[in-house]
Write a protein that binds this ligand. Sequence first.
Ligand SMILES: NC(=O)c1ccc[n+]([C@@H]2O[C@H](COP(=O)([O-])OP(=O)(O)OC[C@H]3O[C@@H](n4cnc5c(N)ncnc54)[C@H](O)[C@@H]3O)[C@@H](O)[C@H]2O)c1
Length: 347
Amino acid sequence: MRLLITGNTGFIGPIMTRLAKSQGHEVVGLDVGYFSDCIPEGMSDIPPDRQIWRDIRDVTAGDLDGIDAIIHLAGLSNDPMGALNAQLTYDINLDSTVRLGELAKSAGIQRFVFASSCSIYGAAGDSDAALDETAPFNPVSAYAVSKVRSEEGLSALADERFSPVFMRNATAYGVSPRTRFDLVVNNLAGWAYTTGNIRVMSDGTPWRPLVHIEDISAAALAAAAAPRELVHNQAFNIGRNDANYQVRDIAEAVHAAFPSATLEITGETGGDTRSYKVNFSKALETLPGFEPKWTLEKGVDEIARFLRENGLRDRNFDDRLFIRLKQLQHGIDTGRLDGDLRVVRAA
Ligand SMILES: NC(=O)c1ccc[n+]([C@@H]2O[C@H](COP(=O)([O-])OP(=O)(O)OC[C@H]3O[C@@H](n4cnc5c(N)ncnc54)[C@H](O)[C@@H]3O)[C@@H](O)[C@H]2O)c1
């Protein structure tokens, strides 16, 4: 299958590209390249078979020529990003997603796999019940609202010629050529390694389901290839049922990998009110061949190894190389991007 993966030069995209190619797919990547220079020394990118450098707001029908299915990852990711400018999050994440869906449908591309997020469940309270795909939405950020509305906009296009599929991914962790440290597992491991102190900036009680980026990739590829009747216009929570963690449990798993670090739970109440437990059974039962391979312990070991091998102790892991918001701000400050995150000068 010739797959278009948008957002292929971000955190998840390279890992998805590698897995897609190993499954025999031809991959066309499309990305604006906000993070093209964010690869640490000694690591290399995982290139697709063909790269289109394009802002998702400017995609044309010609970009979709010969494509069999789309996995749409491109967007402003992670909740704090919406704080930069909520309208931009809506332009890039919502309007461009629905427009890409319309273009795909016109081009006769039947399968459109959309990277949604469990963030859409938002502040679900302390209920013990794990939320399945029928749970009400309670988005608490522009990012999460953009995901809810994108699902609605794509769903409105669904018919016998067009099958959108909504992948509601849990919070990601893992190592990629563009590893992020603005996600809870990676962030706590980064603190542990570079400062010897694991700081949880909350009381540690919020629930956060976790998933490795390779498992996110495997699920999306399974959804792209699945028989239509299994996935047509369906939402799937992506994660594993034994990976709903409270943040303090995540901190303890990180502590086990860095036993000499101290563990500090600050108890402060920050702006992030997300807390939800999620039921992942539907994807596990429905998506052909999808079986998560990663556990938190294995993932913490992977990130610990990455930190040690790259000697980040002397460098700052809290740097634009690894933090999306800082890289975008740097692009604006240096004149590479304008205030609407349009590329005005090549990197
Ligand atoms: N990482 C997570 O925890 C997580 C969880 C759930 C869902 N998701 C979703 O998965 C997708 C990929 O996540 P990620 O962690 O790899 O994000 P990322 O921020 O690392 O990568 C996103 C990519 O999209 C590109 N992009 C952004 N705006 C663009 C534009 N205007 N035009 C073209 N390309 C643009 C960026 O350049 C980047 O390469 C996102 O849609 C995200 O919302 C991520």
